[in-house]
Write a protein that binds this ligand. Structure first.
Ligand code: ADP
Ligand code: MG
Length: 594
């Protein structure tokens, strides 16, 4: 095909796709606009997870009638005029892209009135094309209505998840901006029903209560404002007793912008080093303020990541006060020091051995182990690619059969992997992934025969949910019941847990349920699966042996036996490998014997 210019329509849709990924992205951009317009009240309404309708209203400065059409042109902004401005930008928006992007992929209507004008302007657009512009009576402020999002981008539409999941994403955006701006009153409505609200008192603690509930807020410690080297840090950090299986509860703001920065999140997590069980994440809401010239906010399409001129200084400035706060309140928990870095991890693992830490495959390798891991997995990959050559070796299997040969347990390393030997070499098994697979097949078999192993609780457990968790629970109650949960509403966002799948018996049930619901809110699961399978996957993830758990020889043998009997022993239900196989031939080659 010859090179040709994309039509403006196609170009606009592609550009929009960068910024607007799902209904929650629209909410994010429009909330940012309202905040930039100095709104004191922001109201968000969604219908069908925002796919059918989104309405964001604010009482901010409004847009003068004659500027309204211009606001929808790409690169039209009132927030920046020269490239130098970019390095002192104080507003959340600055690219002049959001309104144009949202309008390009929806039916949009905006009514806006600055308080100094007697009437407002209403504009309507479809697929970015202006369809109407009128004078209307309106309250001061701005109201944007977005309908039929992605109606003209079917590929995007297909990728949207269940209403409850999309609603969960919207809730996450609204609640996190509420945490960043305690002085603004936020409210969120799902199909006309209010699901979230903050009072706008200006007190972060009040918002913590609204977002995470009183039980969590009570365990949060205030990180008092501290300025070092021009970097100010303040907020709240959870006591070490308050940990979660997801990173979601670690919320960071840089110059009042909510960011998802892995490195900075890691710096905070490091402040909890040796205080949290392996694989668990802290709860915190922290603000970082620094000279805008020290941070580049223009490195990510949705502005979710930033780049610091001196990351090290920022990390230290954040870590120190958090660490000080938690050590002050938890003098009893003494960090293990005996062996320095790696030894510490060992000692830690021993102490917490048997504790159910939720291990996330990709994320929690230390530097050393990451290198190791890459090395191992490269070898594993090679094993697949070079098979034809390998067939020369009598020891190598002709093909990777689904079933496993009988394996002999050699031992455990890093409280994470089980080393085993088969007739054809070494098998390194990921204990968490392998156990997930075993449990998943067990649960599916039980479901097939209608013999779900469910355990009734002696006393029902009260679960206090967030609106997002409650929405998922309501939407997926059938799937949850089908695998052994029994839950009943108990007013508001409270539910009573009457029974739970037997495989969760050894867990802290309340914590397990919250983790499972959070995971479902996240929707981070293979798309094609049916909901009941997805739910089963999440439950198995929670119920399985975790990384960081020491296993006895017997336990390892039991796990390997069960894995041998699985139908698909080589992948976990998420599709990741449960094991790495190094054939005798590969071992010999690596040692230069060939
Ligand atoms: P950006 O926020 O990057 O400037 P947008 O496309 O989001 O770009 O908005 C374009 C312009 O429209 C903004 O610069 C601002 O002047 C105006 N605007 C958008 N939303 C609002 C609002 N809710 N209240 C007042 N002005 C707004
Ligand atoms: Mg904007």
């Amino acid at each position: 095909m010859a090179i040709q210019r994309l039509s403006p329509d196609v170009a606009a849709k592609i550009a929009a796709g960068e910024v607007i990924e799902r209904p929650a992205s629209v909410v994010k951009e429009l909330i940012e606009n309202a905040i930039d317009a100095q709104a004191k009240t922001i109201r968000v309404e969604a219908v069908q997870g925002g796919k059918r309708l989104l309405k964001i209203s604010d009482d901010g400065l409004g847009i003068p009638a004659d500027e309204v059409p211009l606001a929808f042109e790409r690169y039209a902004t009132s927030k920046l005029s020269s490239i130098e401005d970019l390095f002192r930008v104080k507003t959340l928006g600055f690219r002049g892209e959001a309104l144009a992007s949202v309008a390009a992929v929806s039916h949009l209507s905006m009514i806006s009135r600055p308080s100094g004008q007697t009437s407002g302007a209403q504009i309507r657009l479809e697929g970015g094309e202006q369809k109407g512009l009128d004078r209307v009576g309106a309250p001061a402020g701005t109201m944007v209505t977005v309908e039929h999002l992605f109606y003209n981008v079917p590929a995007r539409l297909k990728f949207l998840k269940a209403d409850a999941t999309e609603m969960g994403h919207i809730y996450r955006i609204v609640s996190h901006y509420a945490l960043a701006y305690p002085e603004i009153r936020f409210s969120l409505f799902n199909a006309g029903r209010q699901v979230f609200q903050t009072g706008g008192s200006g007190d972060l603690y009040d918002v913590l209560v609204s977002v995470w509930g009183l039980a969590v807020a009570k365990q949060m410690l205030e990180v008092e404002e501290e300025t070092a080297g021009g970097i100010t840090v303040y907020g709240y950090a959870g006591t070490p007793a308050l940990h979660r299986g997801q990173r979601d509860y670690l919320v960071l703001f840089v110059n009042r912008r909510w960011i998802q920065d892995r490195a900075l999140a890691h710096a905070v997590a490091q402040a909890y080093h040796t205080f949290l069980p392996v694989g668990r994440h802290p709860v915190a809401a922290l603000n970082v303020l620094l000279d805008p010239a020290e941070v580049d906010v223009n490195v990510h399409p949705t502005k979710a990541e930033v780049k610091f001129r001196e990351p090290g200084a920022v990390f230290t400035a954040v870590q120190r006060p958090v660490r000080a706060t938690i050590t002050e309140h938890a003098p009893a928990a003494r960090p293990a020091q005996a062996f320095g870095g790696e030894g510490e991890r060992w000692a830690e693992g021993r102490q917490t051995g048997g504790h159910a830490g939720d291990f996330d495959h990709a994320a929690d390798f230390g530097e050393l182990s990451r290198a190791e891991f890459q090395r191992w997995s490269q070898l594993g990959l090679e094993a697949q690619r070079t098979r034809p050559v390998e067939e020369a070796s009598p020891l190598a299997l002709p093909d990777l059969p689904a079933a496993l040969p009988p394996l002999r347990v050699v031992g455990q390393i890093r409280q994470m992997y089980v080393v085993t030997e088969g007739p054809d070499g070494l098998y390194l098994i990921d204990q968490h992934a392998a156990h997930e697979r075993v449990l998943y097949e067990k649960l599916m078999a039980q479901k097939e025969t209608g013999a779900i192993a469910s355990q009734r609780l002696l006393t029902p457990l009260l679960l206090e949910l967030t609106p997002a968790q409650a929405a998922v629970l309501e939407a997926e109650i059938k799937a949850l019941t089908a695998i052994g949960f029994e839950l009943e509403p108990f007013g508001g966002y409270s539910y009573r847990l009457l029974a739970a799948p037997e495989m969760l018996a050894a867990e802290n049930l309340a914590e397990a349920c919250l983790d499972i619901l959070n995971e479902m809110v996240e929707g981070a699961l293979p798309l094609a699966r049916q909901t009941h399978e997805q739910t089963a996957v999440v439950v198995c993830k929670r119920a399985s042996i975790k990384g960081g758990q020491t296993l006895s020889y017997k336990e390892m043998e039991e796990l390997v036996r069960q894995l041998e009997q699985s139908q698909n022993p080589r992948t976990c239900p998420h599709g990741r490998p449960t094991m790495i196989h190094l054939s005798a031939y590969q071992l010999a080659r690596e040692f230069g014997r060939h």
